[in-house]
Design a protein around this ligand. Sequence first.
Ligand code: OFO
Length: 174
Amino acid sequence: MISKKMEAALNKQIVLEGYASFLYLAMAVWCDNLGLSGCHQFLMRQSDEERMHMMKIFEYLGEVGGFALTPGVKEPPRQFKSVQEVFKMVYAHEQKVTKSINGLIALASKENDYSTETFLQWYVNEQREEEALMRNVLDRIKLIGEGPQSLYFIDKEMEAINRQAAVAEATGGN
Ligand code: OFO
């Protein structure tokens, strides 16, 4: 049985993961509108992943006798300054999520809740991978620079990342 405190903290994480899913969806739509199909596809995948992260907590809370709260929908921004800004925002959000996961682990450990602590290890690995991926994206964007055709080349880079992700998925990696 999970404590009320841990349950509430996991419900807060549900809000964060759910918001990430909607934020990335809004970003994906914004990119699509600019004709950036590589960025659109990348962000749609990230949005789906965030929903999956949220659902894992729903399932876990059910398993340990807690109650998962379906979060209200907070509307994410509709407009973004630039593609560069979009990916900076994604990276910042991922860092926020990592910090939150670390806080949850600290709480689980304080409560001797080994089950939740073990459950959260999956998120630790996921966040490490996500942060590394976003740093990689930002590095590529930086290398491309701000020239007149930069959007075209950024989108090509995102297409390359999407192809790698598709291969990893097909071969059982992630
Ligand atoms: Fe679920 O926030 Fe990162 O991936």
